[in-house]
Each structure stands twice: as C-alpha cells, then as structure tokens.
Write a protein that binds this ligand. Structure first.
Ligand SMILES: Nc1ncnc2c1ncn2[C@@H]1O[C@H](COP(=O)(O)OP(=O)(O)OP(=O)(O)O)[C@@H](O)[C@H]1O
Length: 350
C-alpha cells in the first residue's frame, strides 16, 4: 500500500428526484449521497461502513458512474470519471469492477457461467480467440473447477456463485474492485472462505479494494483504513487500528459498541454507546449535523453548523465531522432548515 491515491472522491452528491402526481412533478430529493469525500490509496482496502440506507451502495455505483452523480468529482488515476467520454468510461469500467451482494441477482440465470465470465472479455476486446482458456484460468484462480463452465448459476452453491461473480469482476483485469457487501448473503461458514479468497487475490494481483459493509466486524477484519458513513455523509476516516481503538465520532463509537468482543469479562464491563431512534429520512435530513437527532453528546452548535470532515487538532490523521472536536463547518441557513436549534450568536460560533 502507498499514500498515492488511486481514486479521489470530492464532495460527491447523488440526489434522486422524487416525482409525484399525474404530471410527475419533482417534489423533493432523496439525498442518498450528500457531500462525500475520501480517497483510496493504491493497494489498500478502504472499508466503507454504515447502517442500511446511508448511501454506501449509491457511493459505490457512482464511482463507476453506474448512477450519475448530481455534483462533485470522482478522479480515478488522473481521469475525471464524472466528466469522462463514452470511450474513457468504457476503459474506466474495465479498470474498476464491482462485486455485488447477491451473485444470483448479478448473474444472468439463463447464461452459462462461461458466457457470464467471458462477457467483460468481449466488451473490452481482451484475450481474443482464447476466451475459453481465459475463463478456465479465471475459474481456477477463484477456486472453481473449469469443468463446470457450461453450468448455469442455479447449479452452484451461494459461495460458488460469489466466486463466479469474483471471476467475472477479474476478467477485465481491474485495478480497483468495489465489493458491495460481498459476504452478507452467504452462510457464516462460507464468509471466511470468500474473505480469504479476496485477500489472496489482492496480494496476487495488486488489487485495491473499496469494501462496503453494514457490519463493522467484517470491515474491520479486511480494511487498512475505514470510512464511516451516516445519512449520505462520511463522518470519520482513519487507519483501522487507530479508529477501532479510539473512535472519535459518536456514531463510530455506537457502531463499535455493536461489535461483540470475544472476552466475556470485557464484554460485560465495557462502555457502550447505544443508538436510540431511527435514521432520519434522506428526503429531509436534519439541519446541521445529520447525526444530532440520535447523538448522545449533542449540543447547541450541532443544529446550526454543518460539521466539516476535517482533521482536528487532537486527531491530525483522522478527519472527523463532529463539533466535539471544535466547531468547524458551514453555518446552516435557518430559512432552509426551520428546525435548526438556536442562533449562532448565542453560541459564539458566528
Ligand atoms: N434509484 C433510487 N431512487 C431513489 N432512491 C434511491 C435509489 N437508490 C437508492 N435510493 C435511496 O437512497 C438511500 C441510500 O441507499 P443505498 O442503497 O445507497 O444505501 P446503503 O447504505 O447501501 O444501504 P443498503 O445496505 O440497505 O443497500 C436510501 O434511502 C435508498 O432508499
């Protein structure tokens, strides 16, 4: 792993219009991704973690422009994905591949696995005249017998299907793989095998991963760094061990509290941050800090100033979007956000 970013995401927004009525008028926007910034360094695994619905999948899809960003930039190895031409985009989608949670849904049930794995070879004009051999190599690489290449997805087990999905992702010879909950739909006994396979492939092929999961335990195991997402925002990024040992954002603390500790003694005595209430709707996120409605440490500034994801004095290596580490960010227009708490003057943050 190097410090050199392979991919940079700057202030990415993906808002989905909500259309209603006979005229299909746009009445609002689901702010699935709402100002996300991070980078992924060559050779690393960046874990992206957060509760269901916080915008992880949409972020992953936007990196390959499988959904169109509303605003912001994604730069992959010097090329602006957000402004790429069709030709550039095709090459970018070769160099960035995706693995999905449910291989049954991502593989065409009517096609043989040979045809599914060979599709990227056809699209990108790779290994012309020897697709069969290449598919056999890819199947072997992911631990499948090439003898089964004429079978259909339903003839494989869940874990084997995910291996097919991985072989298909590898077919374009990518540099970056976006793995969106790749083990969430598998039996626990199979999950470790798939994780080990992904780790082995990373070493063998010099791959860089964005590993998306709702479960911090899974992310923790494989990641070099972790980015924590809440309601369309990244609220904290840091090296895995530092972030797990000393989580800064109250939301990261809450996620870690939910991860079981192997020692029953520690499990009984450790301090927990338990989340109350529901995740607010991304159609109408709270003013200021989007976590403030569930935060155990909320104070006045949280309703008025939108906390920026910046390194704080106490945490120079760990950008965190939280006013507990100093009030930094943009003051929220009260007219835009009628539910904003108190005026800024009263708090001395103007
Ligand atoms: N095409 C779409 N149109 C409208 N809303 C969408 C669309 N795709 C996602 N959303 C909404 O955007 C928000 C973020 O969804 P997303 O799937 O990115 O979250 P996630 O963190 O990956 O959750 P999960 O783990 O459940 O997939 C959710 O409120 C979701 O309902």
């Amino acid at each position: 792993m190097t410090d050199d970013p392979l991919l940079t995401v700057e202030d990415l927004r993906v808002w989905f219009p909500v259309k209603e009525g006979l005229l299909r008028r746009t009445t609002g926007h689901v702010r699935a991704v709402d100002g996300v910034s991070f980078d992924i360094r060559r050779g690393e695994t960046l874990g992206l973690v957060g509760e269901s619905g916080c915008g992880k999948s949409t972020t992953g899809l936007a990196l390959l422009r499988l959904v169109d960003p509303t605003d912001g930039r994604v730069v992959f190895d010097g090329t602006d994905v957000t402004a790429a031409s069709r030709g550039e985009l095709r090459e970018l989608r070769r160099r960035m591949a995706m693995i999905f949670q449910d291989p049954m849904a991502s593989l065409n049930p009517r096609r043989t696995v040979r045809a599914s794995i060979a599709e990227p070879l056809e699209i990108h004009g790779l290994h012309r005249g020897r697709h069969r051999e290449r598919v056999a190599e890819l199947m072997e690489q992911v631990g499948l017998s090439p003898d089964h290449m004429e079978r259909h997805p339903h003839e494989f087990s869940g874990g084997q299907r995910q291996r097919v999905g991985i072989a298909r992702a590898l077919a374009g010879e990518p540099d970056l793989i976006v793995a969106d909950e790749p083990i969430a739909s598998l039996d626990v006994s199979i999950q470790a095998q798939i994780m080990n396979l992904l780790e082995r492939l990373q070493d063998e092929l010099d791959l860089t991963y964005l590993f998306i999961a709702h479960d911090l335990a899974a992310v923790q195991h494989v990641s070099d760094r972790i980015a924590v997402m809440y309601l369309g925002r990244v609220v904290e990024v840091g090296l895995r061990d530092a972030l797990v040992a000393e989580p800064a954002h109250p939301y990261t603390r809450a996620l870690l509290s939910a991860v079981p500790v192997p020692s029953p003694r520690v499990e009984r005595t450790r301090q927990r941050t338990v989340l109350t209430g529901d995740v607010p709707s991304p159609l109408d996120p709270p003013s200021g800090c989007s976590f403030r409605t569930r935060c155990p440490d909320v104070f006045e500034a949280c309703g008025v100033v939108d906390p920026a994801l910046v390194p704080r004095d106490e945490l120079p290596q760990r950008p965190v979007a939280c006013h507990l580490y100093g009030v930094e960010g943009e003051e929220v227009e009260r007219s835009d956000h009628p539910d904003a708490g108190v005026g800024t003057e009263a708090m001395g943050v103007a």
